[in-house]
Design a protein around this ligand. Structure first.
Ligand SMILES: Nc1ncnc2c1ncn2[C@@H]1O[C@H](COP(=O)(O)OP(=O)(O)O)[C@@H](O)[C@H]1O
Ligand SMILES: [Mg+2]
Length: 267
C-alpha cells in the first residue's frame, strides 16, 4: 500500500548563540509496509524531528524521505518538489491530542475531513466506523473537556484514522496516560492497525511499548541521532501478550540490545 524509506536524513537546528546543532546525523531505515514501525530512542535524540520531516512539516538539510504509494510511478516520491509523483495521505496522532475543545467529538473529526477535502457523503459513514473502532461512538456528541485523558487520546486516534491515511504517524501518543489506560489503548491500537493495514510509524522512548506495538523496531542513538539497529519482532501482533513468556523474552532481548548499543556508543 505505502512504502516509506528514510535515506541518510540530516538535520541541523540553530542554537541561540548562532551555531548549528546537529540533530539527525544520517538516519536511514525502511518502515514496515502495512505494519507498525516503532522509532525507539532517548528523549531529545531527534525522533519527533524525523517524524515531522516525514510529515513534510520540517525540511531536511540533507537526505531524503521516499514514499511509494499506489497511483504513483515505480520511482519513489519525495518531498523534493520537482518529482512528479503524488504524496501519500498522512494521518498524525500527537502526544497531546490537540482537540478543539469548543467542538463536539464528531465535529473534531469533521474538521479534519474538511481540511482533507473528504467528500461530505462519506462523513457519516466514517464517523460511525472510526468512532466505533475506538469505542467512542456513544460519545460522539460530547465535548472533549468532559472526556478522560484516555478518551481524548482515542478521539485523536479516530481523527487520525478517519481520513483513511496511507501512512499514520504517531508521536508518543500514550506517554501522558496512566499505566492501565495506556496498556488498554496500546492493545486497541495494535488491533485496529492490524485490521486497517495502513503503514504506521510510532515514536516512543519506552522499550516495552516498542516490543508490544512494533512489527519493526528502529533503535535510535542519542543526539545526534543515527540508527543503531533495526529489529523485526519475531511475534505476530496477535501473539503478543505482556504476560506471556515469548513476549517477555523478546522485550528482554530488545532491552539488552538497547543497553549494549548505548554502552558501545559510550553514552
Ligand atoms: N524547532 C526547533 N528549533 C531548535 N531546536 C529544536 C527544534 N525542535 C527540536 N529542537 C531540538 O532538537 C533536539 C531533538 O528534538 P526532538 O526531535 O523533539 O527529540 P525527541 O522527539 O527525540 O525527544 C532537541 O534538543 C530539541 O531541543
Ligand atoms: Mg518527541
Amino acid at each position: 500500500m505505502a512504502y516509506v524509506r528514510v535515506d541518510r536524513a540530516v538535520k541541523f537546528f540553530p542554537r541561540e548563540d548562532g551555531s548549528e546543532m546537529l540533530v539527525l546525523d544520517g538516519v536511514s531505515f525502511d518502515a514496515k509496509e502495512h505494519g507498525i514501525t516503532c522509532l525507539l530512542g532517548p528523549s531529545g535524540c531527534g525522533k519527533s524531528t524525523l517524524l515531522n520531516a516525514i510529515a513534510g512539516l520540517e525540511k531536511l538539510d540533507q537526505g531524503e524521505i521516499e514514499f511509494r504509494v499506489p497511483g504513483s510511478t515505480l520511482h519513489p516520491t519525495s518531498h523534493i518538489p520537482d518529482l512528479p509523483a503524488r504524496s501519500p495521505k498522512l494521518g498524525y496522532v500527537f502526544q497531546d491530542p490537540r482537540l478543539l475543545n469548543w467542538k463536539r467529538v464528531e465535529d473534531n473529526l469533521v474538521f479534519a475531513f474538511k481540511g482533507m477535502k473528504i467528500p461530505r457523503e462519506s462523513w457519516q459513514g466514517r464517523l460511525e466506523k472510526y468512532l466505533s473502532l475506538v469505542g467512542l461512538l456513544s460519545f460522539r456528541k460530547q465535548y472533549p473537556l468532559y472526556l478522560s485523558g484516555g478518551m481524548r487520546q482515542r478521539v485523536g486516534l479516530a481523527r487520525g484514522l478517519a481520513i483513511e491515511p496511507e501512512i499514520l504517524l504517531m508521536d508518543e501518543p500514550f506517554s501522558k496516560l496512566d499505566q492501565l489506560t495506556a496498556r488498554q489503548l496500546r492493545q486497541d491500537t495494535v488491533d485496529i492497525c492490524a485490521r486497517l493495514g495502513q503503514t504506521t510509524m510510532l515514536v516512543t522512548h519506552d522499550v516495552e511499548e516498542a516490543a508490544y506495538m512494533g512489527d519493526r523496531v528502529v533503535i535510535f542513538s542519542s543526539r545526534p541521532a543515527h540508527i543503531l539497529e533495526v529489529v523485526d519482532n519475531p511475534l505476530e501482533a496477535t501473539e503478543r501478550d505482556l504476560d506471556d513468556l515469548a513476549f517477555i523474552r523478546f522485550k528482554k532481548r530488545l532491552l539488552q540490545t538497547v543497553l549494549k548499543l548505548v554502552d558501545q556508543e559510550g553514552v
